[in-house]
Design a protein around this ligand. Structure first.
Ligand SMILES: [Zn+2]
Length: 198
């Protein structure tokens, strides 16, 4: 079975500002009735979350089950947001904009249909970054232009490195305006989003 989730990450917030910006986003979602202000251990997997509020249905195009989702968990601190069982799908170099796809047909990607080496390099650099490393361990080298740049500057398909993220537990796919609500509450930061399953 597993549990599905949607995540929204703030790509611009600093580590210092993340707790405060997280509070502002929670306030905005509470004001819309999407979540409740209190925290509950039943609203998130592996932590506390804000239970879904009366207006949760406004956040999804269609609800598969029709039942209220669990709630929204605020993650503060450097972390890799991704799809859980669905790994990062691609990475794009910040310097030359070349995209390295991690999944494809067996003719190109072999029997696993995936680029395990490329994904491994991404996650190794991402882990170094999340542990606070600002050195070359946290760099990712581009196959196209040959230049190594900090992994946090790369764009990732289906994943994001950020200091602040919101995990919508047991939630159906979010409508695009929810991303705008979050971005507005952060003060206009760029946000990334994705779906996952644990
Ligand atoms: Zn490049």
């Amino acid at each position: 079975m597993g549990t599905y989730y949607e995540w929204v990450a703030d790509l611009d917030v600093t580590e210092h500002d993340a707790p405060e910006v997280g509070r502002r986003v929670v306030e905005a979602l509470v004001a819309r009735g999407v979540i409740l202000p209190e925290l509950s251990p039943d609203a998130a997997l592996g932590g506390d979350g804000h239970p879904a509020g009366p207006a949760w249905a406004d956040t999804v195009e269609a609800s598969a089950s029709g039942e209220s989702p669990w709630g929204v968990q605020v993650r503060v601190g450097r972390a890799v947001q991704d799809g859980g069982q669905f790994d990062v799908g691609s990475v794009t170099c910040p310097r030359c904009s070349a995209t390295r796809e991690f999944f494809g047909p067996p003719e190109e990607f072999g029997p696993t249909c995936s680029d395990e080496e490329g994904m491994g390099q991404f996650y190794a650099a991402a882990e170094a970054w999340s542990e606070g490393d600002a050195g070359s361990e946290a760099d990712l080298e581009c196959r196209a232009c040959g230049v190594a740049t900090p992994v946090v500057e790369w764009r990732a398909g289906g994943a994001a490195l950020s200091c602040l993220a919101f995990v919508f537990w047991s939630w159906d796919e979010l409508r695009p305006e929810v991303l705008r609500w979050v971005a507005d509450a952060t003060g206009g930061h760029r946000v990334a989003s994705g779906s996952g399953k644990i």
